[in-house]
Design a protein around this ligand. Sequence first.
Ligand SMILES: Cc1ncc(COP(=O)(O)O)c(C=O)c1O
Length: 382
Amino acid sequence: MRKLSKSVESVESSLTLRIDSKAKALKKAGRDMVLFTAGEPDFNTPEAVKKAAVEAINANFTKYTKSSGIVELREGICEKLKKDNGISYSPDEIVVSNGGKQALYNTLGAILNPNDEVILFTPAWVSYSPQIRFWKAKPVEVETFPENGYLPEKSALEGAITDSTKAILFNSPNNPTGTVYDMKTLEMIAEVAKKYDLYVVTDEVYEKMVYDVPHISIASIEGMHERTITVNGFSKSHAMTGWRVGYSAAPLEISKQISKIQSHTTSNVNSIAQMAALKALTVDTTYMMDEYRKRRDLISDLLSKAHFKFFKPKGAFYVMVDLNEFLEGRKTEDLCVELMEKAGVAVIPADGFGAKGFIRVSFATSQEKIKLGIERLTGYLK
Ligand SMILES: Cc1ncc(COP(=O)(O)O)c(C=O)c1O
């Protein structure tokens, strides 16, 4: 057999998905299980959005669209970016793609050459490294720590830069840590990016889920618009994970390349989903965000009362809990399997995100389930 792609072979299958499917299988087999594994909102897509999709079908809006997306949607996204994020783009600078995930993949393809390096702050979302590798470039990890609020430090960032560094890729609000980068941190990243002439790829899919602090887009900082690619989408903000609508916003020269990749791979995003997303731009989802805040407060309170070591999230819907003291020689993954089988609570081992001995607990579930799940976790471990 001829050899397969080294860059693809070097990527491992997702531990998150493995654990999640085991938990779901146990649940299906009749086991009582609290799932803290979800990477998606537990809300339904808003009615008005679903209605817009039905109307699009009935109106036979079912043909190919422009590869970068229908102009009304791109115009709407420009308005949103101006209003919510303080960044100005023209519709030609927006590419609507199959989720934020494809927007990221296209973006990396547009800026990377083989062996270029991309700096990531760990713990980091599991798909960044594989995506970078698929384009035959190299992820370079810069660690962040709960003691510092999971914020990157300038010395560590500059220490990771080499002649091959092409970009810094980060995610705020952050999956899995729940941190939100403040202005000081963003200004530090901006200063470094300008000094070393780097691109910045910013993944802002959780922007609506912020609790005590504002979300700030790095592209709004002076001198950053020209070197920043902002990725966002409708999955988390409008409970639309299955619809697969995300987008990138970048200066025209970069957007043209992003669009080229998309046109030769997936063409346009499903035409009906685009009409749904257009409607979503007018739908207020504050009620979802208010509920996430209540859950964040509840889970933090319960973990704190049970004396767990954890980072109180400022954004997104995850909380990182340090289980190192309970490992007793076991791998985090094994402890998570044990928790599933013996305590009826499913959590994600965060080793795959770059946080050894930690678990990621998703609070995209009801307050009732949160109470029950933390009770089980506490009962089993403490
Ligand atoms: C950090 C982060 N970025 C991007 C995505 C991609 O979301 P989607 O492709 O559904 O827009 C996710 C989804 O879990 C995520 O957690």
